[in-house]
Design a protein around this ligand. Sequence first.
Ligand code: SF4
Ligand code: SF4
Length: 339
Amino acid sequence: MNYTIFGKTNLNVSRSAFGVLPLQRVGMDEAIRLLNMAYDGGINFYDTARGYSDSEEKVGNALADKRGKIVIATKTPSTEAEGFWRDLETSLKYLKTDYIDIYQFHNPKEVPLAGSAGYECMLKAKEQGKIRFIGVTAHRLDNAEKALESGLYDTIQFPLSAISSESEINFAKKCGEKNVGFIAMKAMCGGLLPSAAPSMAFLRDMDHVVPIWGFQRESEIKEVLELEQNPPALTGELLSDIEKYRSELAGNFCRGCGYCRPCAAGIEIDWCARMPLLLRRAVWQNFMNDHWKAEMNKINECTNCGMCKPRCPYGLDTPQLLKAALKDYNEFCENAGYK
Ligand code: SF4
Ligand code: SF4
């Protein structure tokens, strides 16, 4: 495993971190096994959130005995005092610790600034030794830029991968100039990149950038640990792959972040809106079954209530995207001989 000093936090973190969100989908025993497998492979940085159901509890159960050797980042969606303290105490309890290394506001609509209730709570929690560093996560570039310009945040978490736009990459570089640690979420672009290698190679140039790989399976951890043995370089071949992915994924596409949920009609928007890409970039046979047919058909029940669209941080016209995805899915099924 390779390590880096994480911006102004001075924390020595593994260059590959564990994004704990997907562990919500596995049982407690399996989660403990996977977390320990990552730890044994040298991963010492774990990013979770109050909002990821039982993920904090899984981290606490798996790694409490290694507390001094790991860096824990978690998040609160609350920017008001009552919710902030309730979340912080709950996180400490489930993580089985008395401090959190990096405490982040979880994708706030407006980044809390000095003097706001939320930021004052952060300062107080730091004074009390309950948190060590203050971070924020953002999906919108304007919000992330606001956080950086404020000079109030030790870390910023933002989507970044080998196929990010020039403005997103420039933003990451600006964070480096200000020595702000950059936690890169969605380094595999929500499962649309075929492996971790392109983003690992692409991001490695920036010492202050650490991707949090969302692990749910042993094979995913193994892939990253193996790559860390001999980190991929941005060679001609990898560079041309990256160019290819960029042109294939150009334009407005659903990143699968799920911020538009819940849907009033029960549509799994983050999966269904991505279906055209999943059919072509993942194992399409996995989506040719009664379960996915039924999920996709729910799109017919969209009432155009308009609740999802303003929640999309990428400004996508979600209902339109879903209708196009259903049309494409039905055509794909027909061509594949699946009725
Ligand atoms: S507009 Fe359609 S897809 Fe969006 S929340 Fe409403 S019912 Fe769901
Ligand atoms: S439509 Fe937007 S908010 Fe919803 S999952 Fe896709 S990218 Fe995320």
